[in-house]
Design a protein. Structure first.
Length: 123
């Protein structure tokens, strides 16, 4: 049996601000934005090429905004990812070279933190 992680809920304080950040600054695809009722709004976004999405909205979680730490996206080229994020207006630091991979780091407007990793491959 396959066990697939396909959706992660992020707690945010402002749904529209978070959606604009992830779509415009990071480049995620906007899959859904549905207001189910007065208390429930569901927004689902997916990174390009990913089988796992993120979701946030109203009425989805009681977790404090910004409390998710250590989310990670894997890319083929950290330098190209950095240039793309810079081109989208994201303030991202230099590539951090480690023995186990090359990393970029950013946080969303609420403080949910992310790493972008290019894994090291033996030559």
């Amino acid at each position: 049996m396959d066990w697939k992680l396909e959706l992660v809920i992020l707690p945010v304080s402002d749904v529209d601000r978070a959606k604009a950040f992830y779509v415009d600054k990071i480049g995620f695809h906007a899959d859904y934005d549905q207001r189910v009722n007065e208390q429930l709004r569901f927004v689902q976004l997916t990174p390009p090429g990913s089988a796992c999405s993120i979701a946030f909205g109203e009425g989805l979680t009681d977790a404090p905004p910004g409390s998710v730490k250590g989310m990670q996206i894997v890319v083929a080229d950290a330098d190209a990812a950095r240039q793309e994020l810079l081109g989208r207006g994201l303030d991202v630091g230099e590539v951090d070279n480690q023995p186990w991979g090359r990393f970029l780091y950013f946080s969303d407007p609420d403080g949910n933190s992310w790493a972008v990793q290019q894994t090291s491959r033996p030559q």
